[in-house]
Ligand binder design. Sequence first.
Ligand SMILES: Cc1cc2nc3c(=O)[nH]c(=O)nc-3n(C[C@H](O)[C@H](O)[C@H](O)COP(=O)(O)O)c2cc1C
Length: 164
Amino acid sequence: MPIFKRVSVREFTNQKVDKKDIELILRAGMQSPSAVNQQPWEFLVCDDVDVIRDFSNQGGFARSLKTAPLVIVLYYRTNTSHQNFVMQDMGACAENCLLQVAALNLGACWMGVAPKEDRMQEVEKVFGTIDNARPFCLIAVGHPKNQQAQISRYDESRVHYYKK
Ligand SMILES: Cc1cc2nc3c(=O)[nH]c(=O)nc-3n(C[C@H](O)[C@H](O)[C@H](O)COP(=O)(O)O)c2cc1C
């Protein structure tokens, strides 16, 4: 089960990600549930390592991109009918992408962008804009440099059973 092996991976080998694997990750993202099936996502795929390195060298939140051979930028449409649910839709989309990455034995790290306006503008400056859309998050993808085991976070005290 990919859920029980997914961890954030922040160090990658320099091996490229296969085109067919990139497509599977995008297909998984587009299969996500969304409010009224509004599918607010747009994807920008960047495998230009010079651009990725330059961006990560600016420091800050993008440091985890440093060795990534690929970054997928998720954008959300600003003109869908149910805007108040868009952030939830995009969260599901990002997680679906991460689970497909884990299923392929690749590694990924989600980097939060929205709703921080400074990060959103930084991402647009480097990766570009998409009409009627704004950046939601970055997903660094690649072959993990080290194998990391997942640590269970199951906590029974967080589970509340309904009682009449
Ligand atoms: C909304 C969101 C924003 C995140 N932003 C960053 C980030 O900017 N940089 C980073 O290295 N990891 C980021 N992460 C990854 C988390 O740090 C990571 O999921 C958390 O520490 C749990 O570890 P795990 O993913 O290995 O289970 C983010 C995750 C989420 C869901």
